[in-house]
Design a protein around this ligand. Structure first.
Ligand code: HEC
Ligand code: HEC
Length: 452
């Protein structure tokens, strides 16, 4: 509690003393770039000796991996089953991933998590016995892909207090060409697009105590929020979750090793077994490039890359409309979950990120967001209606960097206003306040979000 009031006092002090400090969304890891590379810059705090490893990690993140056997063993290991051939294919420009426009659009950056009711031995979702924990829509030659994913949308209109209507689209997951038999019975599915990947080292550097303080702190309007407790594969213990849309992964090494394996079929020292279930015989027989396919230094480089990606600074924070929008954001109560200011702790893996005042606009907690946003699929202790508060820093550059503006865990929202109107559950009261705003106040709120 004491720690938190200190953080709040500090942030108020900073705001009144110098507006400039508020623009430093990522503390010393902030860049003033607002161009297309603004999500891809190394933190200015990174010691110069680390830059070669950062660029090596960047190369591997953008690398198109190849199917073994291949001459270049360094970049071989794709498959037997996989979703895409590079990290960047889903995390283009490190921005939020794009959802398909409709049933004929390739699923692009979207993937489907799968499970059956119950828990795995480490307390996580129980993988489907045949299809595993994620549907892979590609296979190497000789190994059938698992199936095809498409998304169908149904539109409905929401009317705001000033009479304006907004059309929202509800996604429906449609699986076809299932090559390992039908997915029958009680199968839980969750469609997800990639979150933005900049600033994540700072979120990893926020201490467990900070998250527990945020959980305990009293909030308005019946808002709660809790930490997810998940399995840490490296330590073999339960740990607080931070990454993934349900805060279902404890740290970046595990998130990234998980992505190499689950999304691309590339094994690592952390996750050394190929991603084939017992019944997927061709998958089990397919050759691996080497064991593990990703060398430990390669994993380290990608971890360093993602960990040290800087956060873009805010633009025009002193514009009167933006200032008014910022007040509305607080009055309405958006900041009960999208917490403006956090302090990073001591972070041994990358000391450059320690003790920073950051403005991520998230509490990293999971919240009940209502039945409409629910995926019905629990993930460790996050319930079927719960999602991690999405960080809002840098969101104003999404349109120009990503060249799309789809938001939320499955990209169903086509702009920021739609994303807000989808809020339900704990956020229903807050959402209704937005619906009740007049046009000019609504504009001001959006201008503020675009300034982040
Ligand atoms: C098929 C698309 C796809 C590919 C390929 C992919 N990702 Fe992701 N990424 C996602 C999705 C979807 C999530 C959210 C997962 C969840 O909620 O569990 C995610 C989450 C992440 C996160 C956590 C972000 C956060 O804020 O919690 C990181 C970091 C990440 N991916 C890095 C990588 C790296 C590194 C690679 C390459 C090894 C990669 N991803 C490959 C789709 C992809
Ligand atoms: C009860 C907690 C809570 C409150 C209150 C809340 N949000 Fe959110 N917000 C979330 C969660 C959780 C998500 C992620 C939901 C998802 O991915 O489906 C989210 C997502 C968003 C997104 C999409 C971000 C992205 O990258 O996809 C925007 C924009 C947003 N919120 C803005 C707001 C605004 C503006 C307000 C106030 C009107 C607000 N939120 C109030 C919890 C909250």
């Amino acid at each position: 509690m004491m720690r938190l009031s200190l953080v709040l006092a500090l942030s108020l002090g900073a705001a009144s003393a110098a507006g400039a400090a508020e623009t430093l969304s990522g503390g010393s890891s902030t860049v003033t770039d607002a161009g297309r590379e603004a999500y891809s810059r190394p933190s200015p705090a990174l010691t110069p000796e680390r830059l070669p490893e950062f660029f090596k990690g960047r190369g591997l993140f953008r690398q198109s991996w190849v199917i073994p056997p291949a001459e270049d063993i360094e970049i071989a290991g794709l498959g037997p089953l996989y979703n895409r051939i590079s990290c960047a294919a889903c995390h283009l420009k490190n921005a939020r991933g794009k959802s398909p426009d409709g049933p004929d659009d390739d699923a692009g950056g979207l993937l489907i998590r799968l499970s059956v009711p119950g828990r795995s031995e480490n307390g996580g979702p129980r993988p489907h016995p045949v299809y595993g924990d994620q549907l892979q829509n590609h296979g190497i030659p000789g190994v059938a892909e698992e199936g095809r994913v498409s998304i169908e949308y149904a539109e409905f209109a929401v009317t705001l207090a000033d009479g304006e209507t907004v059309s929202l689209r509800t996604p429906k997951i449609v699986l076809s060409d299932l090559r390992y038999g039908p997915l029958e019975g009680d199968v839980l599915m969750s469609a997800r697009v990639g979150p933005a990947v900049y600033g994540l080292g700072l979120l990893e550097a926020a201490s467990d105590e900070t998250l527990l303080d945020l959980e305990r702190r009293s909030k308005r309007d019946g808002i709660e929020g809790r930490v997810n407790r998940v399995w840490d594969a490296a330590s073999g213990r339960v740990a607080i979750g931070r990454f993934g849309h349900k805060a279902n992964v404890p740290n970046l090494p595990q998130q990234i090793a998980g992505a190499f394996l689950g999304d691309m079929g590339i094994t690592s020292s952390l996750l050394p077994e190929e991603n084939c279930t017992a019944t997927q015989k061709d998958c089990r027989m397919a050759p691996s490039a080497r064991r593990p396919e990703l060398a430990p230094e390669q994993l380290d480089a990608v971890v360093l890359y993602v960990r040290s990606l800087a956060v873009p600074a805010r633009r025009n924070p002193d514009d009167p409309e933006v200032v008014r929008g910022e007040s509305l954001f607080r009055e309405i109560g958006c900041n009960e979950c999208h917490v403006e200011t956090l302090q990073t702790g001591r972070f041994a893996p990358l000391p450059e990120l320690s003790n920073q005042t950051i403005h991520p606009y998230t509490d990293l907690l999971v919240h009940d967001m209502g039945a409409e946003l629910a995926d019905g699929r629990p993930d460790f202790q996050a319930g079927p209606r719960e999602w991690r508060t999405a960080p809002l820093w840098g969101i104003g550059l999404a349109a120009s960097i990503a060249e799309h503006t789809t938001f939320l865990h499955d990209g169903r929202a086509r702009n920021i206003l739609e994303a807000v109107l989808w809020h339900g559950g704990e956020a229903a009261i807050v959402r209704d306040r937005v619906k009740g705003l007049g046009k000019s106040d609504r504009q001001a709120l959006l201008r503020f979000l675009e300034s982040l």
